[in-house]
Design a protein around this ligand. Structure first.
Ligand SMILES: *[C@@H]1O[C@H](CO)[C@@H](O)[C@H](O)[C@H]1NC(C)=O
Ligand SMILES: *[C@@H]1O[C@H](CO)[C@@H](O)[C@H](O)[C@H]1NC(C)=O
Ligand SMILES: *[C@@H]1O[C@H](CO)[C@@H](O)[C@H](O)[C@H]1NC(C)=O
Ligand SMILES: *[C@@H]1O[C@H](CO)[C@@H](O)[C@H](O)[C@H]1NC(C)=O
Ligand SMILES: *[C@@H]1O[C@H](CO)[C@@H](O)[C@H](O)[C@H]1NC(C)=O
Ligand SMILES: *[C@@H]1O[C@H](CO)[C@@H](O)[C@H](O)[C@H]1NC(C)=O
Length: 471
């Protein structure tokens, strides 16, 4: 009975999807270059957007990687709420008067990312309900962020992205006209040749902004202007290579940014945990990938003892920093893409609250059998691409001591030899004292099977009593 229903449901689904595919009709000139999925149309290598004569109603149009012409009738009858025209070779003169006709009140999102605009287009003023605008990747200098246009969209705009292409020199000062965006919750600066930001940079939305990204700038320090963002929750200050340790030594009094929860300081040429981080009581997630933390001192974690999630990928780390053990409630730790050679018995001894541990792409030669004994709450352990041939014996002690639950161990991209030497894994799995269930992800190198399949179907017939460390 069940199967019949399932089969019926499946064929019904197929029928519905074939009907929707059939009704997803586009103007002739756009067929072949566009695909529809539900109420979304995606196009590549498109020449022009034609009046929607096809009759279908779409909400979102995405055009990418095209040399696009737009004329006054382009958006007729489309009724869209979201338009993305990205990397379409659009210039200031690509938009004739009268374009976007019919979308004045419906458009919520517009992305003109990665084009050749040198000013904010005038037509933006007519969108009365626009919430998200992305003009990043365009060479717009600060004096071309037109005040009248920003005032017009300021009543509705919640998210604004801007900036040049990476390495571009056209935007050399912060556009102070952004002060008209009085409802802004998110601002994303993708790239700019800016070295200094005035303290009043965020004037106009200091009391509304929740998320801020400042990336690929020439800034030499974290701008003090940020301290005025009373409700800021997420701060991404990435790829600002002139910053360094000195640039994060900002004099902040405890209590500033009381809501700051997530922070990333990726690729900022930093060598240690910045002391200023201890001012942020609610800081929870910290990402410091792509810095040079080779010599991160054991004392430096005092600044971040409040966090629960830490990512230190690609940071030149050669051993698990002792500092990490001072972070009492660390749940998520990502040390992937470093140069860690060994995981010693004591390296993670105190990190008993870990739920996720990632050590992918490290040249690990040695893992102590007791390396993970205190990780009794772990739900996910990733050891991908660490050039091991054997399932680490450290898993035995970890699984035996583990709390009741479910743990996934990912050993993908290794050359695991599946043979009777793995009998211990079978024994652990089937031991009545083992309280947790577990699943191993990854393939055997020696047989055409996943490690889990080998464990489930082959190991039972192997001789008993193989000692992990001896095998
Ligand atoms: C893009 O199209 C215009 C005409 O619409 C043409 O003049 C220009 O050369 C094209 N650019 C490229 C890179 O193909
Ligand atoms: C817009 O361009 C298309 C294709 O070039 C053309 O068929 C159409 O007549 C043009 N519409 C207007 C109003 O210029
Ligand atoms: C990074 O910081 C070091 C000092 O720690 C400095 O010598 C170096 O020039 C900085 N690199 C860049 C790209 O600014
Ligand atoms: C980490 O290494 C993998 C594999 O080499 C690579 O695909 C990934 O982009 C790297 N990530 C970082 C943050 O370096
Ligand atoms: C970690 O395990 C050791 C025994 O290997 C034990 O003495 C210690 O108390 C444990 N630490 C925590 C934080 O659970
Ligand atoms: C496995 O080897 C270790 C060290 O040689 C030994 O202490 C342990 O008792 C052995 N376990 C079994 C089941 O043989």
């Amino acid at each position: 009975m069940k199967t019949v229903i399932v089969v019926l449901l499946l064929s019904l689904c197929q029928l519905v999807s074939s009907i929707t595919r059939a009704t997803c009709s586009l103007p002739g000139a756009m067929q072949g270059k566009c695909q529809c999925q539900g109420n979304i149309v995606k196009c590549e290598d498109l020449d022009y957007i034609a009046t929607q004569t096809g009759g279908s109603a779409f909400l979102r149009l995405e055009v990418r990687n095209s040399n696009l012409s737009i004329n006054a009738s382009s958006f007729n009858s489309w009724g869209l709420t979201e338009i993305l025209l990205e990397n379409c070779q659009l210039t200031d003169s690509s938009f004739p008067p009268g374009d976007f006709h019919g979308l004045e009140n419906s458009l919520r999102l517009l992305s003109l990312k990665d084009n050749e605009l040198t000013r904010l287009p005038k037509f933006l003023s007519k969108f009365t309900n626009i919430e998200t605008l992305d003009v990043s990747g365009n060479p717009i200098p600060h004096y071309n962020f037109n005040e009248d246009i920003l005032r017009d969209i300021g009543d509705s705009l919640l998210s604004f992205s801007f900036g040049t292409k990476i390495g571009g020199t056209e935007l050399s000062q912060w556009p102070l006209t952004l002060k008209h965006l009085v409802k802004l919750q998110e601002i994303i600066l993708t790239a700019a040749d800016i070295t200094i930001m005035p303290t009043n940079s965020f004037h106009g939305f200091e009391g509304t902004l929740l998320r801020l990204t400042l990336a690929n700038t020439k800034l030499r320090s974290v701008p003090l202007a940020i301290s005025r963002l009373r409700y800021l929750q997420d701060l991404h200050f990435d790829h600002n290579q002139n910053v360094g340790d000195y640039g994060v030594r900002i004099p902040l009094i405890k209590g500033f940014l009381p809501f700051l929860n997530q922070m990333s300081l990726k690729d900022d040429n930093i060598t240690t945990f910045p002391e200023v981080l201890q001012s942020f009581d609610r800081l929870d997630q910290l990402n410091m990938d792509e810095n040079n933390l080779k010599f991160v001192s054991d004392k430096s974690a005092k600044a971040v003892t409040q966090i629960t999630s830490l990512s230190l990928q690609h940071s030149g780390i050669t051993r698990i920093p002792g500092a990490i053990q001072d972070i009492t409630y660390l749940n998520i730790l990502d040390l992937s893409n470093n140069s860690i050679h060994a995981i010693e018995t004591n390296d993670l001894k105190e990190s008993a609250e870990l739920l996720t541990l990632k050590l992918n792409n490290n040249p690990i030669l040695y893992i102590s059998d007791k390396a993970f004994v205190n990780q009794t709450k772990l739900r996910r352990l990733e050891l991908k691409g660490i050039a091991i041939k054997r399932v680490p014996c450290a898993l035995e002690a970890m699984i035996r001591r583990h709390q009741p639950g479910y743990v996934i161990v990912d050993l993908s991209n290794n050359k695991i030899e599946c043979n009777c030497g793995l009998k211990w894994l079978f024994d652990v799995k089937n031991d009545r004292h083992t309280r947790t269930r577990f699943r191993i992800v990854g393939n055997c190198d020696t047989v055409d099977k996943t490690i889990q399949d080998y464990l489930d179907s082959d190991l039972a017939t192997c001789p008993n009593g193989i000692n992990c460390t001896d095998s």
